[in-house]
Design a protein around this ligand. Structure first.
Ligand SMILES: Cc1cc2nc3c(=O)[nH]c(=O)nc-3n(C[C@H](O)[C@H](O)[C@H](O)COP(=O)(O)O)c2cc1C
Length: 218
């Protein structure tokens, strides 16, 4: 069991210590609409960073460093960079219902990143390559799950990577440290729900590529 705060809306309410890990995994998804008027405590930030530090890394090198941006001026500058780089992103294709919803949600964050009470920047020492990234993103995922368990919404964003030098300058991050993600953290305005994902039988195979893995009667 990991600890958890209350959910919003009419859903089941969890008290701290009640949420099971698999339930947190099931309902952790990008929560881009966050309540700007409700602050997040330092104690909760420390808890989710603690969870992040427990992630694996190659040779246990633990290359990840976190910058917790709370200062409004700093958040505004990160928000401006996010908006600038987002302007250069290709628009989302296929405006069907689900992608239309996603596009609106993504667009909301583009204009409101700085409204999140906390922005957590995940960075790491080492060459900006797959091996280092593979040591960063498990830690980020731990952080997202721990936040969920406390009732805090998050989104993994990566667009500051397109303006690495500018983002480093805002935060005083040294040149030998690469930025991998910026995670807004706050109490969600929307409801928690199950993340829509492909079923296991479509993405996992038994013994041989293409043969769906379906659990037997064991
Ligand atoms: C590597 C990576 C980069 C991402 N970058 C962004 C981003 O820059 N902005 C954003 O709003 N969401 C970003 N996301 C979040 C994805 O859009 C989100 O996980 C996906 O659409 C599933 O959404 P859901 O969890 O709400 O179902 C990123 C996710 C990953 C794994």
């Amino acid at each position: 069991m990991i600890s958890c705060g209350s959910t919003t809306g009419s859903e089941r309410r969890y008290d701290r210590g009640e949420m099971e890990l698999l339930e947190a995994i099931r309902t952790t998804r990008a929560m881009r609409r966050l309540d700007p008027s409700r602050d997040v405590t330092d104690a909760d930030i420390e808890t989710i960073l603690f969870a992040a530090t427990k992630a694996p890394s190659a040779r246990n090198e633990q290359p990840v460093r976190w910058v917790v941006a709370r200062d409004r001026e700093v958040r505004l500058r990160l928000g401006e960079i996010y908006q600038q780089v987002s302007g250069s992103q290709a628009p989302m294709a296929a405006p069907d219902r689900s992608t239309g919803k996603l596009a609106r949600s993504v667009d909301h964050l583009v204009h409101h990143l700085a409204d999140a009470p906390v922005l957590i920047v995940a960075s790491a020492y080492g060459t900006d390559d797959v091996r280092t990234a593979a040591g960063v993103y498990p830690a980020v995922q731990n952080l997202l799950l721990a936040a969920r368990s406390l009732g805090l919404g998050t989104t993994l964003t990566s667009r500051h990577r397109l303006a690495m030098a500018e983002t480093r300058a805002v935060l005083g991050i040294p040149d030998e440290v690469s930025i991998y993600a910026v995670v807004p953290v706050g109490y969600p305005l929307g409801r928690w729900g199950e993340a829509p994902r492909q079923p296991v039988s479509e993405v996992a195979y038994r013994d041989r590529w293409g043969a769906p893995f379906i659990a037997g009667g064991d």
